[in-house]
Design a protein around this ligand. Structure first.
Ligand code: NDP
Ligand code: 8X3
Length: 250
């Protein structure tokens, strides 16, 4: 039977690449993001492979999140796989210099947004005693690096919530996996450095960074194991990276 996946942050990077590999594997898709024009293009592209619907909302808006998920078309209502991927870093400043707006954005999107989406979807999984939740964390959720402070805190929270979900949902037969990438070449650094493309580009120069497809392949591998297999936690680095701050650049 065709499964249905709900992917947040599907308009770019890891989420978009995951949508593509899921479509190729005949998974019905609910694709989410704020950029409507990108959702339209993606739906058109992937509809030749599978059924696709799109939802446009900001994960920070809990009413929108609840309302849009409650009003999904009938054939998309039963969600088998939730990919909690939407998120970003905003700024890279010391704790004494960081901006409150950036801090709000990271905690509201990466932590509270993930909770709002999960809260809207988990009840139908617990009711059916089946489901799969993949939380996209980061190595920033495993270690703390200079000026990473609040982004690292937000991803440490994702790491904790990933574990918490696995514990609380265990009795409901729901699989929960955390994927924690190192440097992936996406729009991530454009957002972090607020459109300073030179600075963003420099994050990925001098070595081969992970590509969005590398993480999407891993997500597909994780969700396609037999049901009794739950991959708990995966940390994925580019070969050139040994920690958040150790990069073998040439
Ligand atoms: P991108 O910037 O390429 O994609 C981020 C996605 O999140 C976009 O689709 C964006 O969609 C969505 N998004 C951001 N804010 C909101 C919001 N307020 N409401 C709804 N959707 C939102 O980055 P990545 O693909 O790299 O990031 C995906 C995840 O991977 C993030 O959680 C990130 O923290 C994590 N990650 C990234 C790493 C990297 O090096 N790139 C490494 C480790 C983890 P839209 O703007 O259309 O709303
Ligand atoms: C993205 C990777 O090292 O910039 O989460 O935090 S890092």
């Amino acid at each position: 039977m065709r499964q249905t996946a709900f992917i947040t942050g599907a308009t770019s990077g890891i989420g978009k690449a995951t949508a593509k590999i899921f479509a190729k594997n005949n998974i019905r898709l609910i694709l989410c993001g704020r950029r409507a024009e990108r959702l339209v293009v993606l739906k058109e592209e992937l509809s030749v492979l599978t059924e696709v619907t799109t939802l446009r909302f900001d994960v920070r808006d809990k009413d929108q999140v609840q309302q849009q998920i409650a009003n999904l078309p009938e054939n998309f209502k039963q969600i088998d796989i939730l990919i909690n991927n939407a998120g970003n870093a905003h700024g890279l400043s010391s704790i004494q210099e960081g901006s409150l707006e950036d801090w709000d954005a990271m905690m509201d999107i990466n932590v509270k947004g993930l909770l709002y989406v999960s809260k809207a979807i988990i009840p139908q999984m617990t009711k059916r005693n089946t489901g799969f939740i993949v939380n996209i964390g980061s190595i920033a959720g495993k270690e703390v690096y200079p000026n990473g402070n609040v982004y690292c805190a937000s991803k440490h929270a994702v790491n904790a919530l990933n574990k918490a979900m696995r514990i609380d949902l265990n009795k409901h037969n729901i699989r929960v996996s955390g994927i924690h990438p190192g440097a992936v070449e996406t729009e991530f650094s454009d957002v972090r450095f607020k459109g300073d493309t030179e600075k963003a580009k420099s994050v990925y120069t001098g070595y081969k960074a992970l590509q969005a497809d590398d993480i999407a392949d891993i997500i597909y591998f994780v969700i396609s194991r037999p049901y009794h297999v739950n991959i708990e936690d995966l940390v994925v680095y580019p070969t050139a990276q040994a920690s958040a701050t150790i990069l073998n650049k040439h």
